[in-house]
Design a protein around this ligand. Sequence first.
Ligand SMILES: C[S@@+](CC[C@H](N)C(=O)[O-])C[C@H]1O[C@@H](n2cnc3c(N)ncnc32)[C@H](O)[C@@H]1O
Length: 213
Amino acid sequence: MSRSKSSKRWLREHLSDPHVKRSREDGYRSRAGYKLREIQQRDRMIRPGMTIVDLGAAPGSWSQVAAELAAPNGKLIAVDLLSMAPIPGVEFIQGDFSDRTTLDEVLNRLAGASADLVISDMAPNMSGVKGIDQPRAMALAELALDLAARILAPGGGLLVKVFQGAGCEEFRASLKAGFATVKTRKPEASRARSNEMYLLASGFRGQNRESPD
Ligand SMILES: C[S@@+](CC[C@H](N)C(=O)[O-])C[C@H]1O[C@@H](n2cnc3c(N)ncnc32)[C@H](O)[C@@H]1O
């Protein structure tokens, strides 16, 4: 399909999408918030008082949902390449998470404390070429896992977006090495045509055991 045809189709779908309409009414910054809400309804991975790191946070609907659910006394650190308008209770770091300085800034904000949950909705800018997009997407998922293995408290969790395709099964195997359970989630709010899905890893085995590679 030509680029202009596919962008027209995207616009048509976007304008008639019930989640897009609902997100305007509910005050969420994008429809993506409903994906996190659906997973939360099923798995209850976010609880009040948790320390959560949100990777690929802009424009901010996952941070909005997570901050609501972690209140009171939760701590939320959000990271994105792009700027993000402030959200009460969310500390935002603008930077490329593949840069060491951005990782260091996350560690600074944690000030030696561990986190309970890492959520990553990071996705590369899609070129439309699978051989380019898939390795980029898997590299972002690997970065999220590296952070999780470094900062999570034992028992902690990681929710990470992946795209079905090359590298996905190896990545799932890495999660299984580091966590007690790994579930696959494809929320209804995730477009059926998209091959995105989410892996929810729970029960982090702890940093002193063999860490996931
Ligand atoms: C699907 S959007 C996230 C939507 C967000 N979860 C929400 O609810 O509003 C993916 C985000 O990943 C970010 N991203 C991609 N690569 C990144 C990187 N290397 N470092 C930080 N953010 C990145 C993009 O800038 C984009 O904002």
